[in-house]
Design a protein around this ligand. Sequence first.
Ligand code: ZN
Length: 480
Amino acid sequence: MARSDHGVTPQSEDFSAWYNELVPKAQLADRGPVRGTMVIRPYGYRLWELLQAEIDRRIKDTGHQNAYFPLLIPESFLRREAEHVEGFAPELAVVTHAGGKELEEPLIIRPTSETVIGEMMAKWISSHRDLPLLLNQWANMVRWELRPRLFLRTTEFLWQEGHTAHADEADAMRETMLALELYAEVARDVAAMPVVLGEKTPGERFAGAQRTFTIEGMMRDGRALQAGTSHFMGTNFAKAFGIQYTAESGQLELCHTTSWGMSTRMIGGIIMTHGDDQGLVLPPRLAPYQVVIVPIGRDEQWDAVVAAARDLAARLAAAGIRVHTDEREQLSPGFKFNDWELRGAPVRLELGPRDLAAGTAVMVRRLGDAGKEQIALADAPGILAGVLEEFQEFLRRRATEFRDSHTQVVDDWDSFTRAVSGGWALAFHCGQPSCEDDIKAQTAATPRCIPLDGPPETGICIYCDAPSAYGKRLIFGRAY
Ligand SMILES: [Zn+2]
């Protein structure tokens, strides 16, 4: 198989191999000793921290508070909500021994925390004055993965999970949509990943939810990635855990609850939305290093260019730019250029003795037609702030154009199969789960969502010709 200069299989040749080779090579993450586990390396963890900060700020700005709940959950808790336990059973890791003996009741390592949080909510909520209760937790989860892939499907992963309780259905639905909008904003404005907001069909709902909403992004191989979900639970968990309150009337009522999550999976989405044959392309708002300075010079010149590079870095940092100076002496400039392309730094600055004498540096963007550009060192902070903003917007526009040009409205089966082989199809569906299964068996495509902003339309099912359900077209695609 042909390889690029950096030893990664080109994306255009084998997308899956490209991804699997790139993630460790770019030093984002490595496979852990236990199959399915992931070691997040500092470069990948910094990316996660930056994403986490953007999500966390929005969660707090909308009135939620962070808390922390235990990793271990009594097995009996999961059984209290029948659909919930059935949905999660195949993925559970169970602790049967501890303290040197067999436990009376096995403990589950949390796959999600509705049950333990529901138990505590029941204890804390008694009056309508205690509502709404708006909680969020940042934590690790364990769901046993049979086909693991770094970031996308790992047995242990990191996420936030919002859990809220409300007096009535309308308030809980508002919350469900608020979380969905929050995720869409993070994806679009921070990760430069345009997403479709939609509702899952009953077959794709979260185990125990009454309604599940999703944001779906398109990866550069045309597949869909579910990048965040928000669930309206109705009173399902309130019934199972006794989450109730005394209304103003004095009547005892069940709460309506929600939960919503975004995880380290999103990093996989960022890699697959923007990356190319040369490697990662990171959106400036999440790039651990937005600018990398490569000093170039031999022997007696080296000290002078390094000193100038450090001075430039300090001025960029003072302007709020995340910058790194690559001072590795044993490596050639060419190697460093390739390395930072592979690792997705949005902008590179080359600084040699001649540049230094002229008071300039050579600026190279990770993507685009601009080529090499001379910039004045004196003006560098202002110029780079603008270039980074433009680059962020360029990535978002490019991803949006890619998605739109790989999405087709289809009304016949041949067009459907062609559309989902390299992108998304907008098609009518009858709403029958067995029909969804048949489509999946034949094409590997599933209904990704019923798009919220899809125009009202009716027709006949793309597969079985029965009348369409949902009052609009669904998005179908192959998914991660
Ligand atoms: Zn059908």
